[in-house]
Design a protein around this ligand. Sequence first.
Ligand code: ADP
Ligand code: MG
Length: 283
Amino acid sequence: MEIVKTENLTFEYIRRDENDNVEGITTAVDDVSFDVKPGEFIAILGHNGSGKSTLAKHLNAILHPTEGTVWVDGKDTRLEENVWDIRKTAGMVFQNPDNQIIGQVVEEDVGFGPENMGVPTEEIWERVKESLKVVGMYEYRKSSPNRLSGGQKQRVSIAGVLAMHPKCIVLDEPTAMLDPVGRKEVINAVRGLNDVEKITIILITHYMDEIIHADRVFVMDKGHIEMEGSPREIFSQVEKLKALRLSVPQVTELAYRLKKKGLDIPNGILTADELCEALKRCR
Ligand code: ADP
Ligand code: MG
């Protein structure tokens, strides 16, 4: 069974004036259908306003479809009785770690989720320890979160979600507020969750270089899924990505320009190593 499935998902934000008359309607997600299999790493790309966050909020039953259906682990998100199970199954990590961390001490913060779920105290500590180790923050367990860097804080928020033992984690631009070092730390932690812990990952980002490890990439534009494919298939379409106002990784761009100048280089180069190999073959 799919861990996440949407069928013709459409969501409209309705603006009303003070007399409750409809002022305007924004269709933020427009007829989106997709499946995610357990253990997959999905990346969702798209420029600002393309509907990524609105889509993400449906996967955690924060928003409900205007039309269409969303199932998380087979459960329809529209049914009130499913909401608790859905939030346990699909954890969310947002852009700003400061809005997600509430504890005064790292280990306390990570324990809040399982505590709210009624997990027995002894097991909470086990989960806290294990989750902090997974994201490489165990040695900071006694620290105050506000002394941590952005990347460290975001890893603590991820540990907090992990401690609830979700099958799937949805991350909505988790690196948008981080410096390059913090971004790398967070992306490596996310890869570990997928590779080692086998957790399904849905990573929303507008950084192209963060998607190269995904199994599948969806590119959103104006509420639709405009492109879908492996990272290599997506990065082979430089012109189309640019038309969608997305920039490709520098190395992909360079390879693309060299190819355009007549060098015999394959499409969809993802790493500097691949480009070097391709260039060696050109001689
Ligand atoms: P993204 O995350 O890709 O930037 P969003 O899902 O935030 O996209 O937004 C999609 C569209 O919905 C945009 O046109 C945005 O202006 C609109 N939108 C987002 N949130 C709201 C809201 N709370 N009320 C009204 N319109 C909204
Ligand atoms: Mg967003």
